[in-house]
Ligand binder design. Sequence first.
Ligand code: FAD
Length: 342
Amino acid sequence: MKFAIVGAGVAGSFMASMLKQKNHNIEVFELYKKEQHFPVCAWGASRHMLSHFSEMAGLNFDDYIFHVGQRIGIRLPNGKNDYLNCMGLVTYDKKRWEDDLLNGVNINYDVRCTKENFPFHKYDYVLDCTGFHRSLLPKPKEEELIIPAWEYLVDNVHDADEFYILGYKNATGYFWFFPLNNGRAYVGAGDMNRIYLGVDEFFKENPTARILTKIGRPIRITPPTRMEPLTNGNVIGVGESVGCVFPLLGEGIIPSLICSEILLDLFENKEYSDKEYRKRLFKKLGYYDEVYKVIRLKMAGKLNTVKHFKILYKLYRNMKKEERRFGFEVSMEKLLNLLNSL
Ligand SMILES: Cc1cc2nc3c(=O)[nH]c(=O)nc-3n(C[C@H](O)[C@H](O)[C@H](O)COP(=O)(O)OP(=O)(O)OC[C@H]3O[C@@H](n4cnc5c(N)ncnc54)[C@H](O)[C@@H]3O)c2cc1C
């Protein structure tokens, strides 16, 4: 079949690599110039899942790992600290991983595809892998929740070598410190209120840290169940364009790859239909809707851990089943402590 893949981020590069492997005819389009194309992300995810996806694409994930996490420190707004044990959480060279997936793929860089200018009729399917932009699908029917986010790539960090985060009051976002390699790290924040607490404190605590670059873009927190339409004509949304981001964390690498794998499996078995795609995506990521409800309640100051225990327990059960997919321990006690202190 003939596919256009629009957007060469994590979903687009993985889809391109896999569809090429299956001898489909593919064409990739990317907004940025080749030298400016860079994955805006803190590059943290579970090694278990990334090993699986790498293996599918013929790559060895161990070659890309920068930092293997032991613990994630959690700083809470009430001044208390907690931590989670890591179970495979790593940072990795996301740029090289995506470049290697695209090795041998013909990419049209510096092209802004739009609903108005794109030649949809030339392809059997057009994959909207444009992430936050969602450039080829209609606006979602529901109102969206989008969190502004940005980060610094820093080097010369000496004494900080563990992941840590600072949760913001009312779950409006969080600050993160993600160690990379050779004293480099991502230091950033997503914050509905655009205050970005923790960033200045980081530079006070780490006076040697040197800023290499500042990058950012908003993160979509709206889950797939609220991102209809997921498809339109021959356009299929894949990844963050259809809300494949875990709302509690703004974590979208693994969800976008899970979404890609569902779609690949449908094509492989000649079972693709819009209905079947939606069904399988909701089966796998449908519980993000409940996670989203929890976040909205917390943001509105209406979350009560006693009154809403049922939905919180469901969230916990779903996360607990997938501890290795998240790459850190999932504990009901720690989840309740976190939510109560925000
Ligand atoms: C600051 C920040 C930190 C993050 N940290 C993490 C993290 O540590 N771990 C994690 O799991 N997730 C993280 N996320 C979320 C994660 O990066 C995204 O959810 C994930 O990259 C989505 O993948 P995608 O392929 O759907 O979209 P993207 O990776 O965003 O790729 C979209 C691509 O489409 C291109 N594009 C856009 N519009 C057009 C157009 N009109 N025409 C052609 N091309 C176009 C873009 O240039 C881009 O290359 C972070 C996000 C941000 C903003």
